[in-house]
Design a protein around this ligand. Structure first.
Ligand SMILES: NC(=O)c1ccc[n+]([C@@H]2O[C@H](COP(=O)([O-])OP(=O)(O)OC[C@H]3O[C@@H](n4cnc5c(N)ncnc54)[C@H](O)[C@@H]3O)[C@@H](O)[C@H]2O)c1
Length: 336
């Protein structure tokens, strides 16, 4: 068993900063060995904040460093595939942010590279480590609601990331709805066999020339005979609204609420509670737990519970949804 997994973090934006912060604060058996981001100001901030090394080192320097065992890849989505393949070629274990990549042919290349090099690869579907989703999964698997027949998801961001991010994000189905497609597979314990997707720009006009939309709906059918839908948008100006439901033959299970703190304020004008403001608050524990799991797997040499193959399966659903939106037709998904 490896005592101390030395990890380099690639990309220090919204997601990468969070992963580096968790590693710096302490993940059992792990050490933040270094950071890389082409934005030097972010590297300097990391150096000051965590006393970690970064300046003057490239991504390749970290990948070639024999003292580094694993990398966290949180660079923009179009770079994931290249970085994973480079890491695999050097025998470094990989934790990669979702989506695994934006192309199915590259997903196959990644699967092959991971298997050829015998590295471990975990994809950052952090909801699989969120206590509420974990408990829902346990209850469904225990048969508490009977046979799952309908999956429902609401995923509303309080606004849009900047145009610079949207440009490289791959669009709402790949960037955002992919969390719901992964939860659909996870909670229903079935594969999505067809999707019909709709959407439009309701608020963020700047997305039109970028070919993206801020509101979407995906209707899904499953190979188990179940069905479902995911409503995903970036227009919830009241807060970060993430909810899910699975309806079964004996009942239903709902996940998530808008409540941030478990505090209610009662006044003459009504009763109030505050609302979850953004994803780091809602999924703070999940972001840490997914790294705890990754490090434990690397130390023991065991495959993670969510791998590059799950990354490819969710990607296939997202690309099918994009195709359905583009063509107006229902798209079937093969499982070869
Ligand atoms: N799990 C989640 O809920 C979640 C949330 C946010 C983002 N993400 C994912 O994380 C990835 C990054 O998104 P973000 O929101 O942090 O974007 P971001 O734009 O905030 O940060 C990306 C960072 O990567 C850096 N970068 C650019 N080229 C690089 C390279 N070659 N090597 C290393 N770093 C490089 C940029 O300078 C920037 O600091 C995306 O794939 C996104 O889908 C996942």
């Amino acid at each position: 068993m490896l005592d101390n997994v030395r990890v380099a973090v690639m990309g220090l934006g919204r997601a990468g900063y969070r992963h580096a912060a968790h590693l710096a604060a302490g993940i059992p058996g792990a050490e933040l060995a270094g950071v890389y981001d082409p934005n030097g100001a972010l590297v300097e901030k990391a150096e000051l904040e965590w006393g970690v090394r970064g300046s003057g080192r490239s991504a390749e320097d970290w990948l070639d460093d024999p003292a580094v065992h694993a990398v966290v890849i949180a660079a923009p989505t179009p770079l994931h595939g290249m970085l994973i393949k480079q890491a695999a070629a050097r025998g470094k274990h990989v934790f990669v942010e979702k989506p695994l990549t934006s192309r199915l042919d590259e997903a196959d290349e990644i699967i092959e590279a991971v298997e050829r090099s015998s590295i471990l690869c975990q994809v950052g579907f952090m909801r699989r480590f969120d206590p509420a989703y974990v408990e829902a999964k346990r209850r469904i698997a225990a048969g508490d609601i009977g046979k799952p027949i309908y999956f429902k998801a609401i995923s509303r961001d309080p606004g849009s990331p900047p145009a610079e991010f949207i440009k490289h994000s791959g669009g709402i189905f790949l960037d955002m709805a992919i969390h719901e497609y992964d939860m659909a597979r996870f909670l229903m314990d079935a594969e999505v066999s067809s999707v019909t997707a709709h959407g439009q720009v309701l608020v963020h006009e700047f997305m039109k020339p970028l070919g993206d939309i801020d509101q979407s709906l995906t209707y899904m059918t499953f190979d188990s005979g179940a069905a479902g839908d995911a409503e995903v948008g970036r227009n919830a100006f009241y807060g970060y609204d993430i909810r899910g439901e699975v309806i079964g033959t004996d009942g239903s299970i709902t996940i998530g609420s808008l409540k941030h703190h478990d505090v209610h304020i009662h006044t003459r004008s009504g009763s109030f509670h505050d609302i979850v403001p953004s994803f780091p608050f809602r999924f703070q524990e999940a972001f840490r737990e997914e790294l705890v799991h990754f490090i434990a797997c690397v130390r023991k040499g065991q495959p993670p519970s969510v791998t590059e193959r799950d990354g490819k399966a969710a990607l296939a659903i997202a690309l099918a949804a994009q195709q359905s939106f583009d063509t107006g037709a229902t798209v079937n998904i093969g499982h070869g």
